[in-house]
Ligand binder design. Structure first.
Ligand SMILES: *[C@@H]1O[C@H](CO)[C@@H](O)[C@H](O)[C@H]1NC(C)=O
Ligand SMILES: *[C@@H]1O[C@H](CO)[C@@H](O)[C@H](O)[C@H]1NC(C)=O
Ligand SMILES: *[C@@H]1O[C@H](CO)[C@@H](O)[C@H](O)[C@H]1NC(C)=O
Ligand SMILES: *[C@@H]1O[C@H](CO)[C@@H](O)[C@H](O)[C@H]1NC(C)=O
Ligand SMILES: *[C@@H]1O[C@H](CO)[C@@H](O)[C@H](O)[C@H]1NC(C)=O
Ligand SMILES: *[C@@H]1O[C@H](CO)[C@@H](O)[C@H](O)[C@H]1NC(C)=O
Length: 457
């Protein structure tokens, strides 16, 4: 790490030396925030912003993305941890202009399940990344699958990134095995000519180079309907340019979609919503509940929310299009019952929220009980439970909670942090939340489900 003053000087020099072609680059809001560029950018062909996700088959493939400021070959070298990195995968590189760089993608395939690999990315002429490790998904039903922990959050910026230090500490301690980022990354990836995107990607690289980092777009990724920076920088398996995708990892199936398709249709056009809806229904219908008993739907804009309505967000209304669709078409909530989705995770509003067992604005506490250890148990819910985790920390700060909580709410907390989700067995799942002000663990939930499958209407 260079000293702060050194970093500032170097960052300023870099900003001056690297104007955006064909446009006036707005001055960055806070030059100190671009310190992340300095480490990684001292050698223009050196890999930076290294990040990875599970591949199409998370048990046998991992896929990597990185950037170089000048053109360089795209090579991934890997091998089982503790052995030489003798396997080589060539990838592809695409020029990008926000700001000018080359974005490299390469996949490791034919891997063994639940196995840790060492890897480097880069090229002999351009330089290599630091050696890091990444682990494939374990076999469903195995003890390793039960031990997996997913970090879950939305809305993390480059500024006021409250959870970042905890996340880095956690990843170094092996406290979670993958991240599911429920939209809104960096605020915004394309701001300041994209320098903000570079800086954000480097700021999360201590996490993204160590565990698979899965994303779905939020409203901050829209870029006038193009999702350009988001689509270019993130590579999700078998996906429509990272806009929506799913993975089976451990004992769960995660469907991660774009709620943005339901809003500002004039900007994105009419086609994306039905396309995604058709994909999602097929995706949910195809889940083998004997292998992936737990079903989780994630989308940036929540179906329900408990904060005040100053922004007029749809989650406060009975006509929220993600729930009820448009004129009855493409409604997502009925799919939750039809396919027995256990959990719905949203973000967008900046607080932590929990619902009762909830369908069609109608909630039930019948299956909820307080346990002696302070956690809440949901025993065989007959409908989904909704969790809102949109407070990893961003420049917009926290939202104000509504003074009168809706009937369906099981609690809302104005607190920065992120969740931990795990699926110890086919019939048991747990959730808890790191309060990053004091590091304490709050909101401990346990789910018991003995009969996975469609819920009764
Ligand atoms: C990767 O590319 C190099 C040179 O371009 C070539 O020699 C090598 O055979 C390729 N390796 C694979 C696994 O495709
Ligand atoms: C960049 O890194 C490569 C590989 O380590 C090295 O060969 C090259 O000289 C470096 N370039 C500069 C300008 O430092
Ligand atoms: C690579 O490792 C060195 C030494 O541990 C560290 O100082 C540097 O920040 C690392 N670079 C990146 C991009 O993580
Ligand atoms: C709400 O759900 C309960 C069962 O949990 C059901 O008896 C009742 O009819 C539902 N009410 C509405 C308005 O759908
Ligand atoms: C659980 O405890 C909370 C807080 O003490 C209380 O408000 C709630 O009614 C309890 N729920 C049940 C199902 O007993
Ligand atoms: C989070 O921690 C802070 C500092 O201890 C505390 O004031 C706050 O009440 C906690 N929030 C919740 C929801 O537990």
């Amino acid at each position: 790490m260079p000293s702060v003053s050194c970093a500032l000087a170097a960052a300023a020099a870099l900003l001056l030396a690297n104007p955006v072609a064909g446009g006036v680059m707005p001055p960055p809001r806070d030059v100190a925030r671009y310190k992340w560029l300095v480490n990684a950018g001292s050698n223009a062909s050196e890999p930076q912003q290294v990040h990875a996700s599970f591949g199409e088959d998370p048990m046998t493939s991992l896929q990597f993305v990185w950037s170089t400021r000048t053109a360089a070959d795209t090579i991934l070298r890997f091998g089982e941890a503790g052995k030489p990195m003798t396997s080589i995968a060539n990838g592809t590189s695409t020029p990008f202009d926000e700001p000018v760089q080359f974005i490299h993608r390469a996949a490791a395939t034919g891997l063994r399940a639940g196995t840790t690999y060492s890897y480097v990315v880069g090229s002999p002429a351009g330089g290599w990344s630091n050696v890091s490790t990444m682990t494939t998904a374990p076999v469903p039903g195995s003890p390793e699958a039960g031990a997996l922990v997913f970090a879950v959050y939305g809305d993390m910026g480059l500024d006021n990134e409250r959870s970042l230090a905890w996340l880095v500490k956690d990843v170094e301690a092996g406290a979670f095995d993958a991240v599911l980022h429920v939209g809104d990354l960096g605020y915004d990836l394309d701001s300041d000519g994209g320098l903000r995107g570079d800086a954000f990607m480097n700021s999360i690289a201590p996490i993204t180079a160590r565990v698979p980092y899965h994303t779905m777009p939020g409203n901050h990724e829209i870029e006038g309907g193009t999702f350009k920076a988001y689509r270019s920088r993130f590579w999700m398996p078998a996906s429509n340019d990272a806009l929506y995708h799913s993975i089976d990892v451990g004992n769960a199936h995660f469907s991660m979609i774009s709620s943005e398709m339901y809003f500002a249709i004039s900007e994105y056009g009419l086609l994306m919503m039905p396309e995604q809806f058709t994909w999602l229904e097929k995706d949910l219908a195809a889940v083998d509940r004997t292998k992936s008993p737990w079903l989780v739907l994630m989308l940036h804009r929540p179906m329900y929310c408990q904060d005040d309505d100053s922004q007029g967000d749809a989650c406060h209304t009975l006509t929220n299009p993600t729930r009820v669709g448009y004129f009855g078409q493409y409604a997502l909530e009925p799919l939750l019952l039809k396919y027995g989705v256990d959990l719905v995770v949203g973000a967008h509003e900046h607080f932590l929220g929990l619902s009762k067992v909830l369908y069609n604005n109608n909630a039930s506490t019948a299956v909820m009980s307080n346990q002696t250890d302070g956690s809440i148990l949901f025993r065989n819910p007959g409908a989904p439970v909704h969790i809102l985790a949109g407070s990893a920390g961003c420049p917009e700060k926290l939202d104000v909670l509504s003074p009168t909580q809706p009937e369906w709410s099981a609690g809302a907390w104005d607190v920065y942090g992120y969740g931990y989700l795990s699926f110890p067995s086919a019939s048991r799942a747990t959730w808890s939340f790191r309060n990053d002000t004091d590091g304490s663990i709050i909101n401990r939930l346990e789910f018991q489900q003995d009969h996975h499958g469609p819920f009764a209407a």
